[in-house]
Design a protein around this ligand. Structure first.
Ligand SMILES: [Zn+2]
Length: 447
């Protein structure tokens, strides 16, 4: 049992003002920041000595495809740009079984947790026959591991036969997609503050979904009050496809589909013009920046500072494990920091910005103001890192050291006031056995 109130006492450093002596959590929330020279106001308080820990708000992952942990560094997909990469992988993904997916999701969520991630999204859009319960499987694993999740019901209904990119074997028809979306929301979506599981809707991309499904999905999201997500602005190929097939650029196409509104967060957002950035801001849309994936697939560099200057919130996503090929959100913070600093220079990008993107920025992407910040009333979602590894030896500023020296593993992680990572591991998870079964599933899939 967790104690009623817990004081995380005297942290080495903490990403919050006025919390020099730590914070108090109770009933899943942060209830007090303890300033210098003070002690907690309450008396019924248990203490956790955080003297060796740097405390961050739990990191929030705003874009991923868990199933892709089964196809990391697949030889057939190496050294390809997005469209060729997808074409190589679709037939492999069409063979994923429920058992393999459960292993993939467990691996991805465990990787995320030990990297300091407390809330993750996923974008699952591959539903070959037999894998209709994919999102239900994801919900079950999230509940088992204790990670907060916003799981998007993805979709593809435009196959090669109709001018799309994916093969027939991985697409579904519109009625089936919409009915299942409604089923999942009714069954799993919690609209309340502090929800552990939410469902959002996420047609895959303009080149794998019909205009009719884009529109119907936006209408369904509006009616059932859930968020909307898709890939957009990822490549120049996508721009060309949209102009050729729809006669307009991707954002104009999205507008035509009823998607320019504050329910929407987009993965990537690389290839927008200044005018398009202003339109995104006016519609209160947000962008998930996926620095590792964008570099691996040579898609381009997301103009994060320009987007923020225009008024667009930016969060971070590790993206699928076949284009990253990791699910480590702390490493993604460093990757985003390096990429954006290289683009904009020292005056515009600091390690503090990168941490802000992964926390408050990501919380804005998923419309969850109760997350992403260490402040009274926010959820008690925290990531605690130690700096006693070789890579940190000789460090100065502890918060800067996390990003600059390349922190990659949290020592402890708390979600909703409950420890879900202890001593750098997920309690009760047999990682050796998981890896053995997951590797066997990946091998079977590749064969
Ligand atoms: Zn993606």
């Amino acid at each position: 049992m967790q104690p009623r109130a817990l004081w995380l006492k005297d942290p080495l450093a903490i990403q919050a003002d006025g919390a020099e002596r730590g914070i108090v959590v109770q009933d899943g929330r942060i209830v007090e920041l303890v300033g210098a020279g003070r002690v907690p106001a309450g008396t019924d308080v248990t203490t956790f000595d955080a003297g060796r820990h740097v405390v961050l708000p739990g990191l929030i992952n705003t874009h991923h495809h868990f199933y892709q942990t089964l196809t990391r560094a697949l030889p057939a997909a190496l050294d390809r740009e997005l469209f060729d990469w997808l074409t190589a992988l679709y037939p492999v993904w069409a063979r994923i079984t429920p058992e393999a997916l459960e292993l993939a999701v467990t691996v991805a969520m465990a990787e995320l947790l030990v990297s300091g991630c407390t809330t993750t999204t996923d974008h699952h859009y591959v539903f070959p026959p037999g894998l209709e319960q994919a999102i239900d499987i994801e919900v079950a694993v999230a509940r088992r591991l204790g990670i907060r999740a916003v799981l998007t019901r993805g979709s593809m209904n435009l196959s090669r036969r109709d001018g799309g990119l994916p093969p027939d074997s991985v697409v579904q028809d519109e009625d089936q997609i919409l009915a299942d979306s409604e089923r999942l929301i009714a069954r799993h979506h919690d609209a309340g503050v502090g929800a552990m599981v939410q469902i959002a809707l996420a047609p895959c991309s303009p080149f794998s979904v019909t205009t009719s499904l884009m529109r119907a999905t936006a209408a369904l999201a509006e009616r059932l009050s859930v968020r909307l997500h898709t890939h957009l602005g990822e490549t120049e190929d996508e721009n060309r496809y949209c102009v050729e097939v729809h006669g307009r650029r991707p954002l104009d196409y999205l507008a035509e589909c009823g998607w320019l509104n504050d329910r929407v967060w987009l993965a990537h957002g690389i290839h927008f013009t200044p005018d398009e950035m202003a339109r995104l801001a006016r519609a209160s849309m947000a962008i998930s920046h996926c620095a590792c994936s964008n570099q691996t697939l040579a898609s381009g560099t997301c103009p994060v500072c320009d987007l923020e200057q225009a008024g667009v919130d930016v969060g971070l996503g590790v993206d699928g494990s076949a284009s990253n090929d990791a699910s480590n959100l702390m490493q993604e913070v460093r990757a985003a920091f390096l990429l954006q600093r290289g683009r904009y220079g020292v005056a515009r990008v600091s390690h503090r910005d990168a941490l802000r993107w992964a926390t408050r920025g990501s919380a804005a992407c998923i419309g969850r103001p109760e997350l992403g910040e260490i402040a009274v009333g926010r959820m008690a979602d925290l990531a605690l890192f130690r700096l006693d590894e070789l890579r940190f030896s000789g460090h100065g500023d502890p918060l800067a050291a996390l990003v600059l020296c390349g922190a990659h593993r949290a020592d402890r992680v708390m979600v909703q006031g409950r420890w879900v990572v202890e001593d750098g591991a997920v309690p009760g998870l047999d990682v050796g056995e998981l890896m053995r079964r997951h590797a066997a599933a990946a091998l079977a899939l590749a064969g």
